[in-house]
Write a protein that binds this ligand. Sequence first.
Ligand SMILES: [Fe+2]
Length: 398
Amino acid sequence: MLDTKTIRAEKALQALFGASVEVTCLSAEDKMGRRVTGLNLRQALTESQAKLLVSLLDEFSLLTFAAQNRVDFSVTDLERLANHFGAPIPHPKNYANYMAYQRQEASLMLKSLSEQTATRCGNAFPEVITCLEGADSPAVYLVNNLVDSGWAKKERVSSGLHWHTDIEFERVPLSTSMFYVQTVPRTRDHAEQWVPNQLPEAGFYHPASSPELMARRLDLPLNGETAYADSAAAFADLPRDQQLELLKVQVRRRLKVGDKGWLIPLVYENPRNGMLSLHSPVWASRGKNIAPAQVEGLSSEASREFFDALEQHVLDPKYRYDHVHQEGDVTVWSNFSTLHNAPPAKSLINRPEDARLMYRISCKGSPSYKLPRNDNSRWIHDNITPPYRTPEVTVAAG
Ligand SMILES: [Fe+2]
């Protein structure tokens, strides 16, 4: 028996997409995440369909649209879907000279065909695994363990990462990310764990973090799943007086140590449904080259302790959900109301059964129910590394 929220979502989807759509909980009815079957994302969305999908993501934070591989799904379809949630961000790894461009030393160049990740993935097990057409799109980031892999290679396992939201450190943070899953490891169904729990190297996390926090950070799935934590549920459970205090907190973010940076509220309020969430409340989630966030009015050390306490709360097992990827899934998540982490995984493989290949697109800005998007040129200039692409789509009203 489904809960009321899930039944309501299913009825709304059936009304716009057809009676064969079904919705189930990804983990439990009182947790984030729903799985939608019978919905074909190969077809362009009408305005009302796009609005419904955006509102369901607002409500459930994580949505999986199953079995898109049965409808000949393509990278173009993922890019079109992404454009409804926000403007897709070309990924820095797709450029040959992104850092030089950022330092204003060169004009931006995309990687040549032979250097592109899609080409290098295809070189690992030719004949067996080839990327989808369109995988060279600048907007697509290939999550994979195929680059430099091959039959004669020695296996390697990498540790999990920091808990994070995708590119939360930019002035306009990413709102939404999504995966299309082409291949997942087939060996993970074995009774034994798929990979050993590879711990990150010393110094990966701040040495003063408490043992309880470290235990939660390192409690990651070991079979290719993506670990999520629900930062909206975590906020909702806090005592009212603490919520009111947190609502006043401003966080200073900087791209580099020493920058003046800018202030943003710690608590994100979704403008469409009013849901409050802790937006990336993790001090230590930054890459080595990115300055840590700081609570306005607190020292660096006090900020770290403040963020550590919140991170420990958000990573409580009751807010966690480990997502098992299945081939053909499109999984979309909100970066405002979730944190996630990549699991320890085989990073270099010598048999295609261990391959992990997913297409990720992330976007920022407001949703757009109609396409092409209508972002203004100033906003595009300030927020999107070229090329900005939004598809021309005409769909009959549904
Ligand atoms: Fe990520």
